[in-house]
Design a protein around this ligand. Structure first.
Ligand SMILES: Nc1nc2c(ncn2[C@@H]2O[C@H](COP(=O)(O)OP(=O)(O)OP(=O)(O)O)[C@@H](O)[C@H]2O)c(=O)[nH]1
Ligand SMILES: [Mg+2]
Length: 261
C-alpha cells in the first residue's frame, strides 16, 4: 500500500523571527551567512542518508526523506542544535502525492504550536511515515532550459537573466501544483520537481504549455527510485540521454531496477 508513497520532512527554525530581531539592525549579512551554513549542514546530514533538502525560505525547508526513520531524524536534529545558535523542529509526513506529504508534515508541526512560541523547541512530530527504506517511491523531474547560455546568460544583463528564471519558476510551479507536484529552483537554469504520481503524458503537456508561454524550450529528465538521491541521479542521467540524442525528445524517464514502472 505504501509502495508509491513519498515521505517529506519540514525543517523549521524555532522562534527565528524574535531571535533575528534581538541581533540588532546590522544583522542581515550575519543572517545570510547563518542561513547558508545551516542549509549546507542540513543538506550534508540528510544527503548522507540519501535524502535531499530544498532550501525553500531558509527558515522553513522541505526535504524528501524516504528511507530516513524517526531516530535518524532525531540524530540530525541534535547535531544541528549543537552546532548552531538556533534550534530546529521537524515535521514528518507521507502520502501518495508530494502536496499531501508536505501538508501532513506541516500540520504535524503546526499542531504542536506556533513557530514563534517560546516553549515550542526541538519538536519532532510525525503525521504518517514510511515503514521502512524498502517502502515508498521518489519521482523527481530535473527540468532544464535549452541553450540558456547563448540565449540568456551570455546575451542579456545578469539581473534580467535572474528574473527570467523567477518567471520560469512561477509558471512551472503553478502548472505542477495543479498536478500535486512541487517545484524548486536548483540554481542556473535548473528546476527540480518532486512529482510522484505524474505520468509521462502530463510532463509532456506541462513542458509544451510552459515552453510556449515563455518562448523558451525546456527538457525534463525524470528519475524514479527508492531514495531522493537515487531519483536525482537517474533524473540527471535521463537529461544526459536527451542531450546526447540532440533534440528529438524533451522528456526521458529512468527507473531504478526494483521500482515498479
Ligand atoms: N544545480 C545544477 N545546476 C547546473 C547543472 N548543470 C548545469 N547547471 C547550471 O546551469 C547552467 C546552464 O547549464 P546548461 O543547461 O548545461 O547550459 P545550456 O546552455 O542551457 O545548455 P543545454 O541545456 O544543453 O541546452 C550552468 O551554467 C550551471 O550554472 C546541474 O546539474 N545542477
Ligand atoms: Mg540548459
Amino acid at each position: 500500500m505504501t509502495k508509491s508513497h513519498i515521505q517529506i520532512t519540514l525543517i523549521q527554525l524555532d522562534n527565528y523571527g524574535p531571535w533575528t530581531i534581538s541581533l540588532g539592525p546590522d544583522r542581515e549579512p550575519d543572517l545570510q551567512i547563518l542561513q547558508s551554513e545551516l542549509y549546507a549542514e542540513i543538506q550534508r546530514l540528510f544527503s548522507l542518508k540519501r535524502g535531499f533538502v530544498f532550501y525553500g525560505r531558509f527558515d522553513n525547508m522541505l526535504a524528501v526523506t524516504n528511507g530516513i526513520d524517526v531516530n535518524a531524524h532525531r540524530e540530525i536534529q541534535e547535531r544541528i542544535c549543537s552546532l548552531f545558535p538556533v534550534t530546529i523542529s521537524l515535521g514528518i509526513g507521507a502520502g501518495v502525492y508530494p502536496t499531501e506529504a508536505q501538508e501532513k508534515a506541516t500540520r504535524a508541526l503546526q499542531d504542536q504550536g506556533g513557530s514563534q512560541l517560546e516553549g515550542r523547541r526541538k519538536v519532532l512530530a510525525v503525521e504518517g511515515q514510511l515503514p521502512s527504506a524498502l517502502d515508498g517511491l521518489v519521482q523527481i523531474a530535473h527540468i532544464d532550459v535549452n541553450d540558456s547560455t547563448s540565449k540568456i546568460t551570455d546575451t542579456i544583463p545578469a539581473y534580467n537573466a535572474f528574473t527570467t528564471m523567477l518567471r520560469v519558476h512561477d509558471i512551472l510551479a503553478k502548472e505542477f501544483l495543479s498536478r500535486k507536484a512541487l517545484v524548486f529552483f536548483a540554481g542556473g537554469d535548473n528546476f527540480l520537481v518532486v512529482s510522484n504520481g505524474l505520468k509521462q503524458s502530463e510532463y509532456h503537456n506541462v513542458i509544451k504549455r510552459v515552453s510556449g508561454r515563455l518562448n523558451l524550450s525546456l527538457k525534463a529528465g525524470i528519475g524514479r527510485g527508492r531514495s531522493a538521491v537515487e531519483a536525482l541521479s537517474l533524473a540527471s542521467h535521463a537529461l544526459d540521454k536527451i542531450r546526447s540524442r540532440k533534440g528529438n525528445e524533451s522528456i526521458h524517464i529512468l527507473s531504478a531496477p526494483l521500482v515498479d514502472s
